[in-house]
Design a protein. Structure first.
Length: 307
């Protein structure tokens, strides 16, 4: 039961922080500078980000309590304040939790002050999201690696998560943009989604390259690539293999989006007959989101296992 609770907390924390970071970054690299659409859509995303800040704070605190209980061999309800103080003061995990909490509070302040200082708030949200997400590198296998190797491992892990967050945030942003309405999507929304999909192409390619490179580094530091064949026999190795297969499926869907569905949506938006094209790319992006959610669940699981 405790293992399931830990896995659930890890999944919720990864999802909340990645979506927070990715949605905050999306307007910064996708929309045109000074355009009115930037303000409207950033305001649309910020409603979700406010909830994600609260969820991140809640789940992060629950995770600290459960980890403290596990280390002391007691039930979570029996964790005493002194146990938490020791965890916060004497462990790297506790220090990471403090940094994460401050970052999420800054993000929450930025999200709630967004209507008054949009540009500053948007930048604060993105920076705070990255800071909060980076602290997760101290809660998995990277956090257990020592010395210079540990520093390299945590940097690689942080870059891996940031690139994945930008990709996941873009998926969420496109689903928000393309969500169906009773009377159909407005033509301006379709055209905006098509332009945003096209602009994300270059950023998405960079994300894939970073995820692949840092994934190889992490695999070498955790397993050793020469041991990859033997590791398949373990639960960790099998879950990692499923993750790689899902990653491959996401690449195939992303390629179809970029080279086939996005041009079709752009052409349809010009012809003012875009409902079918929008539905097709929405289904493809939803499939990407399902694969990404499954990958996060697998990461939350095999992060608790011995390689």
């Amino acid at each position: 039961m405790t293992d399931l609770l830990v896995i659930g907390i890890r999944f919720a924390l990864y999802a909340a922080l990645m979506l927070l970071t990715g949605l905050a970054a999306f307007p910064l690299y996708t929309f045109r500078r000074g355009a009115r659409e930037n303000r409207l859509l950033a305001a649309m995303f910020v409603r979700f980000q406010r909830w994600l800040c609260g969820l991140g704070l809640l789940v992060s605190t629950a995770g600290l309590v459960v980890l403290t209980a596990t280390m002391h061999g007691v039930a979570p309800a029996s964790v005493a304040p002194e146990m938490l103080r020791t965890m916060l003061v004497e462990t790297d995990v506790g220090a990471a939790w403090l940094v994460r909490t401050v970052a999420l509070l800054v993000a929450a302040i930025a999200a709630w002050s967004f209507t008054r200082r949009r540009r500053i708030a948007a930048t604060m949200l993105a920076v705070a999201g990255v800071a909060a997400l980076t602290t997760l590198a101290w809660s998995g296998h990277a956090g257990a690696t020592e010395g210079l190797t540990g520093t390299v491992h945590r940097i690689s892990d942080a870059l891996h998560m940031i690139a994945a967050a930008i990709w996941l945030g873009a998926i969420a942003a496109f689903l928000i943009l393309l969500r169906p309405r009773r009377h159909g999507l407005p033509p301006k929304r379709i055209a905006l989604a098509a332009r945003s999909l096209d602009r994300f192409g270059r950023v998405g390619t960079i994300c894939v390259l970073v995820i692949t490179a840092t994934g190889l580094v992490n695999a070498q530091l955790i397993l050793g690539l020469e041991n990859a064949g033997r590791s398949i026999a373990s639960t960790y190795g099998q879950l990692l293999l499923i993750k790689l297969l899902l990653f491959g499926a996401m690449l195939a869907l992303a390629a179809a989006n970029r080279w086939r569905l996005t041009p079709a949506l752009t052409a349809a938006s010009i012809d003012a007959d875009s409902s079918r094209a929008a539905a097709a790319i929405r289904r493809s992006i939803a499939a990407e989101a399902a694969a990404a959610g499954t990958i996060l669940a697998l990461v939350a699981w095999f992060g608790t296992l011995e390689p």
